[in-house]
Design a protein around this ligand. Structure first.
Ligand SMILES: [Zn+2]
Length: 246
């Protein structure tokens, strides 16, 4: 691993690249079409939720219809059994005949009631299915709109994206030239502090926190390593660079 002869300058360049990437990314996110994409996605999430609800409803109604049909089939079987008994000629007791007739009437009434109920459920199911078709159509339309906006975003954002990838390449070069330990420190501070991880000593001021340091601190920094820690903000501070002394 080659160690840079000028870690301070590299750190400041890395910082500059990160700030540029941040600014460009913000620019990209603020493109009007990006807002349109987010809006469409939001709408899609809402419609997806409606779709899930409609699916649950249709499933439930389907189960109700099935249960009703099963019960109707059972009643039909019972009716057939009773009918056979009557027709067999084995039942001669008038009381028993009356009993069977009443039983069959009750079964028929239950069956009629079930039929009416089933019709009602079927109507509901038809309605729900119609709703589902509308939901699916809306989703297809939203997907098409999202695809269209995404394409527009690609075109209108191409310039900014190109600028980002340009800076990113530069960043990779800087990182590979930088001492890995310093890079780790930079990343850790950047993650902890937000974007700004390094400042430079400008006169007696840290450019990161803009605080003027007491003269004895400045003197300590100046006799220390090229890259040190700001006693005020705790960020890295470039005390001096090899090519330019600031
Ligand atoms: Zn500072």
């Amino acid at each position: 691993m080659t160690q840079s002869p000028d870690p301070g300058r590299l750190l400041l360049e890395l910082q500059k690249a990160d700030l540029e990437i941040k600014k460009l990314s913000k620019q990209l996110n603020e493109l009007p079409v990006k807002g349109a994409i987010l809006e469409v996605r939001h709408k899609r999430t809402e419609i997806e939720a409606l779709k899930a609800k409609a699916e649950t409803l249709i499933d439930g109604l389907g189960r109700q219809i099935k249960a009703s049909e099963d019960e109707t089939a059972q009643i039909d079987e019972k009716l057939e059994v009773e009918q056979k008994k009557l027709m067999s000629g084995n039942v001669t007791n008038p009381k028993e005949v009356t009993h069977i007739s009443r039983e069959m009437d009750a079964l028929k009434r239950r069956k009629d009631k079930l039929d009416v109920g089933t019709l009602g459920i079927m109507e509901k199911a038809e309605k729900a299915k119609g709703q589902m078709e509308k939901i699916k159509l809306a989703l297809t339309q939203l997907e098409a709109r999202e695809a269209k906006f995404t394409e527009e975003f690609k075109v209108s954002g191409a310039e900014v994206q190109e600028a980002i990838s340009h800076v990113e390449k530069r960043r990779v070069t800087i990182c590979s030239a930088l001492d890995p330990a310093l890079l780790e420190r930079y990343k850790a501070i950047r993650d902890a502090k937000g974007v700004v991880a390094v400042g430079a000593l400008e006169g007696a001021t840290c450019t990161a926190c803009r605080i003027e340091l007491p003269s004895e601190r400045v003197a300590e920094l100046k006799t220390g390593p090229d890259v040190s820690t700001c006693p005020e903000c705790g960020r890295m501070i470039v005390v001096k660079t090899v090519s330019v002394n600031e």
